[in-house]
Design a protein around this ligand. Sequence first.
Ligand code: ZN
Length: 633
Amino acid sequence: MLLRSVLLGTLIMTSLAVDASTPPVKTFGLGDVELLDSPFKQAMERNAEYLLSLDADRLLHNTRKYAGLKPKGELYGGWESQGIAGHTLGHYLTALSQQYASTHDRRFKQRLDYLISEMAEAQRAYGDGYVGALPELELSTMRGFRQGKVEIKDAFTFKDGAWVPWYTQHKVLAGLRDAWTLGESAQAKDVTLKLANWADDITAGLTPEQQQTMLQVEHGGMREVLFDLYGLTKDERYLKTAQRFEHRAILDPLLAGRDELPGKHANTQIPKVIGAARGYEVANQSEGRPIAENFWKTVVHNHSWAIGGNSDGEFFFSPNTASEHLSAATAETCNTYNMLRLTERLFGWQPQVEYADFEERALYNHILASQEPKQGMFTYFMSLKPGHFKTYSTPHDSFWCCVGSGMENHTKYGAAIYFHTPDALYVNLFIPSVLRWQGRGLELRQNTRYPNENRTSLTVTKAPTTPLSLRVRVPAWASGNASLKLNGKPVAVDAKPGSYATLQRKWTQGDVLEMTLPTSVRTEPLHGSSDQFAFVYGPVVLAGDLGPAPAGSTVPYAKEQQANLKAESAEAPVLAGDPQQLAAGLRRLPGDTLAFQLTTSTPRQEVTLRPFHELDYQRYTVYWKTAPASAAE
Ligand SMILES: [Zn+2]
């Protein structure tokens, strides 16, 4: 618990001291926020079952094998049987650590402790500080750096064919860090630092030119995790090692405010920016802040789909060509996992509603939407091709990158609901939950059926002894000012869209603050397109349900992430008329669910619009085309 607050809290606090104008806004520890029943809690529970269903010995297969120890379990399939093998082990360590930190469920701690003891044994056997699950080729490429051997083939492979070894090894190092700081494993600290020392050893002799060459190959969040270790230990060795992962070709244009992202692999770049952000936080590297802020603005405003995700075929593209990129390979899920991690850092620097609005949008429409409800499986791409459908992983034979980051996603929904300064509580997300703020003696219960109903209710179940400011987010999309009631009586507070409705008082046990948000269906155009748009209600993107996805051996579960990219799409109906008038004319269907009836023009038919995250096994369309009313009639 102590270590968790060091990692998530104090470091942010310390770093912010360098900029006195910035309020130090902190998140809470995962264990301080308990989820109550909602789609988020259900997703978390489904994911927890999947985590427990995985076999630690199978994930450790390569770890033992290449350390010269006898494997205790069979190697898993998919990416676990390829050159990127081992990334899942790292994500699994993080997911178990976060699940344990969130719930205190001992089963996750036991699993974690077993993995760490096995990894410690393997680390002793490897003999040079290395531990992981890299296949022989990837590991020998890494060890070759010690002799200055850095030859690359392309953005994902070294000349000898080794596939993103730093990317994979970063997951292991980050997982070990989380087992140490969130999983309360003292043994993990030792294993983590020995592995970090190994990363230092093999890169210490590289010239600046060799470092930059090495960094042309995707290397995940190596810089970020090394800054984290510097923050935790204050050992300059990790600061020096972190600086070897500073990829100038990407950072320089961002620092200058130039958008050179089109044509670049999206998920390779986001972790570099998080690394720069951590450099700002823990090592006073001032350039990290403008780099992170420029990148965030560029990606969110110019490169993101309505669901909050970005990319086509994993790459950024020129924003005004979005209509040519509505493919089945849009919005890799890892990208949004990383954009949310970046967003939470930026909110800590400057608590703007815009950051929280993005967090909410991406959380509902990409992260929650990425989980399959029967087995808790994961999307890789989130297809936005009209008339297409979602493709999910298999439990044991996919292990894509997005399975790895995906198993982390659903263990930490408690991380971004509430934030605080010493004197203020920010309520950013309207997710049913209980917050226990021990430092202030506050316990707050949030009850809501949002977004199915447009209000939330906050009850003080334990009151702090001194006055506290409660700042409740009024999203920018609200169609009017929010209205607030305290203990049933209206309170006059400024509650404009895009602001925080703030109430400062001495709270009493039993106080109830309710907020109602004017919500209507609105439309959002596709970047650079005059005739394509999406319907959005409150935080949720509404997608048209176009009937069941086609039956087949790769639907809904596929071993290969590309399995259904070429599957034929259903024709998406065309609409006629002005988008805003169409939105205003939608009929909300009666009942508890959030659903609207839309009459399309060509062909004329009735289509049900539902929150995108509720469409699991259907063909759908998120973006609609309009034809001028006269032409379509
Ligand atoms: Zn991915």
